[in-house]
Design a protein around this ligand. Structure first.
Ligand code: CO
Length: 492
């Protein structure tokens, strides 16, 4: 008998985050929900990552309302989200009480599967959110951010998987955000985890398609015992996105593996997204086809467009090649972190500064924090001279404890600040929106009742033509008493 390979569909989260700067509005997802729900997916990833940010920053959509709508529209399918560990869906570490509350509210509003990762693969940053998920009785998926470096061996990743299992995770995910996972390591990694953690520990594999090799990696992972793989319906696939769901179904024919997906339903989902895709033309990624340079530079697609716009702002677009060569050096200095939000932005920005101003003449605050342990531990040692420089410039000491241990309870204060904002409702969901995005939330609360924006004609298009969040000063229009003012704010 064929072994059933389960599938997580990414159309509603990672696919449009990777292909169209996370801009897809709920109204364009609604017509597909019934078919997605009936197609036979293990789960539908539909929330978290950059979608929360995009909802309130660009779409004037309440992310919690979006989640409740998914719950109603897909009653038979597990809803899945991507959670950035102790950073939740924001860009800093939150105190444990905020982490607990975020997870509780997400579960209460309908979330089933929490895929939890830390950008540095520091297990200490995963402990609390995973405990919080376990308390709700929902599915806690521990995540390994896959990357390559002299220190990232199959053995090191298998050890990490064992640590996640010890924490009580219900499953392990290998998350390959930059399409670096080649077929051979995919096989070795999955078999290594299965051997170490037992054949009954489910292994999920998430790969992007950017480098062109990863559909084969999925096949090898399946042969090695992977239980669930992530794909996106063909009309929202490939490029910096993912392998097509329909291709996976066809590929498995005669191999002894089979999905339980319904081709007719998939066809309808495909047709729906093919119809709405042109509406998001302005946001579509410039990367089409395949890029194998990523194997050398390690730089995921979204990060390149981010650095391009940074260089352009400084009139130095022609120095991109130097920056691309600088990124691996900065990464080595920083102890070989995986490049994923927010470490990709931190390393990328520092590489831009090094090229523009000279090596480590200017340190970004975030890079200093990374060097000083404020994001957690890296797999490799960090450069002692740059660490010393970071201590001097940032005027703070090196830390070795779990970063969130330094934080004082902050819920009450966040609650008071949020409730003072016009339009903020007295519910934990709104407080969490404020906690996550204190610069964007006030404007969102003020305009929420006006309803979703017509994204097709959004003139702000390529200003953030990448999935990654803005880290520099943010400009937005604020309307007070009928007058619109342009406001620029620097991140906290
Ligand atoms: Co992804």
């Amino acid at each position: 008998m064929d072994k059933v390979i389960e599938v997580t569909e990414l159309a509603l989260r990672d696919a449009h985050q990777s292909l169209m700067a996370t801009r897809m509005a709920l109204e364009d997802m609604l017509p597909a929900l019934a078919d997605l729900d009936a197609a036979g997916f293990w789960s539908v990833e539909c929330w978290g990552g950059a979608t929360y940010d995009s909802c309130i920053r660009f779409l004037n959509e309440d992310p919690w309302e979006r989640l409740r709508t998914f719950r109603k529209g897909m009653p038979n399918t597990r809803l899945q989200m991507l959670l950035r560990g102790q950073n939740l869906l924001g860009y800093r570490h939150y105190e444990d009480g905020v982490v607990d509350r975020f997870v509780e509210k997400s579960a209460e509003n309908g979330m089933d599967v929490f895929r939890v990762f830390d950008a540095l693969n520091d297990l200490r940053n995963l402990q609390r959110p995973i405990q919080a998920v376990r308390r709700t009785g929902k599915h806690a998926q521990g995540t390994i951010c896959y990357t390559t470096s002299p220190l990232h061996t199959v053995q090191a990743f298998v050890d990490m998987a064992a640590g996640l299992v010890d924490m009580g995770c219900d499953s392990i995910c290998i998350k390959d955000m930059a399409a670096l996972l080649k077929p051979k390591p995919a096989y070795d990694l999955v078999s290594g985890i299965k051997q170490r953690c037992g054949p009954n520990m489910p292994v999920h594999v998430h790969v992007h398609a950017t480098t062109g090799v990863t559909l084969v990696s999925l096949m090898k992972a399946i042969e090695a015992g992977a239980d669930v793989v992530d794909t996106a319906v063909s009309s929202l696939s490939l490029g910096p996105g993912h392998n097509p769901t329909e291709s996976l179904v066809e590929m498995l024919e005669g191999t002894g593996f089979i999905t339980r997906l319904n081709r007719e339903r998939l066809g309808r989902v495909r047709d729906h997204f093919a119809r709405i895709r042109p509406k998001y033309h302005a946001f579509l990624s410039n990367i089409v086809g395949v890029d194998t340079d990523i194997f050398q530079s390690q730089i995921p697609g979204g990060m390149i467009s981010n650095m391009e716009s940074q260089l352009k702002q400084q009139g130095a677009a022609h120095r991109m090649k130097e920056v691309l060569e600088e990124v691996p050096r900065v990464r080595a200095m920083a102890g070989f972190p995986p490049l994923v939000t927010p470490s990709s932005q931190i390393v990328g920005s520092q590489a831009v500064f090094n090229v523009m101003m000279g090596s480590y003449k200017v340190l970004t605050g975030e890079f200093a924090d990374l060097m000083l342990g404020y994001y957690g531990e890296t797999i490799g040692p960090r450069d002692p001279e740059v660490m010393k420089l970071a201590e001097e410039k940032a005027k703070k000491p090196l830390i070795t404890q779990r970063p969130a241990d330094l934080l004082k309870p902050e819920w009450q204060e966040l609650r008071e600040s949020a409730l003072a904002l016009p339009g903020c409702q007295s519910c934990d969901e709104d407080v969490l929106t404020y906690a996550m995005f204190p610069q964007v939330a006030p404007n969102f609360f003020l305009h929420r009742k006006e309803g979703p924006k017509n994204v097709g004609s959004d003139p702000a298009k390529n200003e953030a033509g990448q999935a990654a969040p803005l880290r520099g000063p943010v400009k937005y229009a604020v309307t007070f008493a009928g007058k619109t003012h342009d406001v620029t704010v620097a991140p906290l």
